[in-house]
Write a protein that binds this ligand. Structure first.
Ligand SMILES: [Zn+2]
Ligand SMILES: [Zn+2]
Length: 213
């Protein structure tokens, strides 16, 4: 699997394009906005977008979903149904943050722990990782040891839990009991900021590193 990041919205959200090198079919993860740039990036790489994946329902991750779906006419998969209240509130949240107008929507498929999503010959595992939002999911490519973690974990930090239905205890448990066991060598793409590995965060993250426990 290949991956590239297109930073979108005023929040510099890491929208990622993931694709299968054998078929050149791919997925857009978290199209928060700046859809023209996402479309152009996929075109430049020669990737045929066949799916939209969402880690969670926050506006900087999901607000461009319906616009992108209109362009590519592809299914939207994720997040977990617990984030339905966020997707329903998208139009007013977008207004509040000064985003372009967007529609609320229901994804074609809600995801849950143990599900898989696929495009081309790539299959990703789905982990339900609540805490930042109750319906947050993480996508994991076990073959290439790459995880797309949204706003669960960042280099040197963790996702905020002060938003509606955030839960700090759940967040720590998601990271330490679900993500870290995937392996120190796993590289992750966070929703914001630079890439890191689970091993590096175990060693040095002040919130969830081994020294904090
Ligand atoms: Zn978020
Ligand atoms: Zn975010």
């Amino acid at each position: 699997m290949k991956a590239m990041i297109v930073p979108v919205t005023a929040f510099a959200q890491n929208c990622s394009i993931l694709w299968c090198e054998e078929t050149m079919q791919g997925a857009v993860v978290d199209p928060g906005g700046d859809i023209a740039e996402v479309e152009a990036a996929a075109k430049r790489k020669g990737v045929e977008i066949v799916k939209i994946l969402l880690t969670h329902g926050h506006v900087d991750h999901a607000a461009g979903t319906t616009a992108l779906k209109q362009i590519f006419d592809v299914p939207v998969e994720g997040p977990h149904e617990e984030d339905a209240f966020l997707l329903e509130a998208l139009p007013e949240t977008a207004r509040g943050y000064g985003f372009p107008p967007c529609e609320s929507f229901t994804p074609d498929r809600w995801l849950k722990e143990g599900d898989t999503v696929s495009f081309g010959n790539v299959t990703l595992e789905v982990l339900h990782c609540p805490g930042h939002t109750p319906g947050h999911v993480v996508f994991f490519d076990r073959k290439d040891k790459l995880a797309v973690v949204g706003d669960v974990l960042f280099q040197g930090s963790v996702g905020r839990t002060d938003f509606p239905r955030g839960n700090a205890k759940d967040l720590v448990s998601s990271i330490r009991n679900k993500l870290f066991p995937l392996g120190d060598e796993v590289i992750f793409i966070p929703g914001h900021g630079p890439l890191s590995s689970f091993g590096d965060e175990r060693r040095s993250n002040p919130y969830v590193g081994d020294r904090a426990f």
